[in-house]
Design a protein around this ligand. Structure first.
Ligand code: AMP
Ligand code: FE
Ligand code: FE
Ligand code: ZN
Length: 290
């Protein structure tokens, strides 16, 4: 029998991807995946439609990518993303924190768009937010799409490299969740956590290995080793670190539909690592499909 192909990090239109949850499941099936996790930023709203669209034999791992902040191990603070899986989406602490993050994302998008508009760029915060639905986790990809629609750039990638690049004056910080709190909150809700693209330095400053060790002691379950933003050396380094610390190592595409050039299933998680991850979740009743 073929080895099951497992992709544990994808985004739908519920956050900043371009496939709706139903399409995403279909694309995952067409790519030959047996397991796919839906990990929209700061929301679980896609879980139900994705589960309803599952073809027979395919498994959905309900998840989310939480916007967090961490010590960087060099005396500063840095933004980190925490993948959370198999937790109770109705846990009051999680519901409240995700709502706070989504509200903050919307006011941040408005602040950036207003600054752009003040500089004469054809960007309208009301129009962008209005097109997203009242409770959507707004993000810079939505601004990037608006810049593409306005004809200022050809692609979302180009918008990130130009207007949205740090130092251009269009970055507004978020007040994200301290990563230790997020790890505790997800564990209390029966779930497991994986540090997303920990050493993806092209995306901005990263944490040191010592920070990963501290988080492992706190209860972190795994690290994302195989990610499109990690080069071969970084992967080797992370794989060794995961082994030392007893962390599960995942591999995932971080698929965003046409907002990025990455294909779903481009990176995968070894089945034995997936089993080790699921074994540490206590809220097993939230696993969908089978
Ligand atoms: P935000 O959540 O608003 O801070 O925006 C970050 C999001 O933008 C992340 O989900 C990334 O996947 C996406 N992103 C970052 N850099 C790029 C890029 N160069 N091209 C496309 N998407 C990007
Ligand atoms: Fe994203
Ligand atoms: Fe991320
Ligand atoms: Zn992601």
């Amino acid at each position: 029998m073929d080895v099951v192909r497992i992709d544990l990090h994808t985004h739908s239109t519920v956050s900043d991807g371009t496939d709706d949850p139903t399409e995403l499941v279909a694309v995952a099936a067409a790519a030959g995946l047996g397991v796919v996790a839906l990990t929209d930023h700061d929301t679980t709203a896609g879980w139900r439609p994705a589960a309803e669209a599952l073809p027979p034999g395919m498994r959905l791992v309900p998840g989310a990518e939480l916007s967090c902040v961490s010590d960087d191990g060099r005396g500063g603070r840095v933004s980190v993303h925490l993948l959370a899986y198999l937790f109770d989406p109705d846990a009051p602490a999680i519901v409240a924190e995700q709502r706070r993050l989504r509200e903050q994302r919307r006011s941040r998008l408005r602040a950036i768009a207003d600054r752009m508009a003040a500089d004469g760029l054809p960007v309208d915060a009301d129009e962008i937010l209005g097109s997203l639905g009242p409770d959507a986790p707004a993000g810079r990809p939505h601004l990037a799409q608006a810049l593409v629609r306005a004809g200022l750039c050809d692609t979302v990638d180009e918008a990130f490299a130009s207007y949205l690049a740090t130092g251009r004056g269009y970055s507004v910080p978020r007040r994200d969740t301290p990563v230790e709190h997020a790890i505790d909150m997800i564990a209390e809700a029966g779930g497991v956590t994986v540090l997303a693209h920990p050493f993806a330095f092209q995306r901005g400053p990263t944490v040191t290995a010592e920070v990963v060790e501290t988080l492992a002691r706190r209860g972190l379950t795994g690290v994302e080793v195989d990610h499109p933003n990690h080069d071969a050396r970084t992967r080797d380094e992370l794989r060794a670190l995961a082994k030392d610390l007893g962390l599960v190592r995942t591999g995932s595409s971080d698929y965003h539909g046409t907002n990025k050039s990455i294909r779903i299933g481009q990176e995968v998680t070894p089945p034995e690592e997936f089993d080790a991850l699921v074994a540490q979740a206590t809220g097993t009743d939230v696993v969908v499909g089978g």
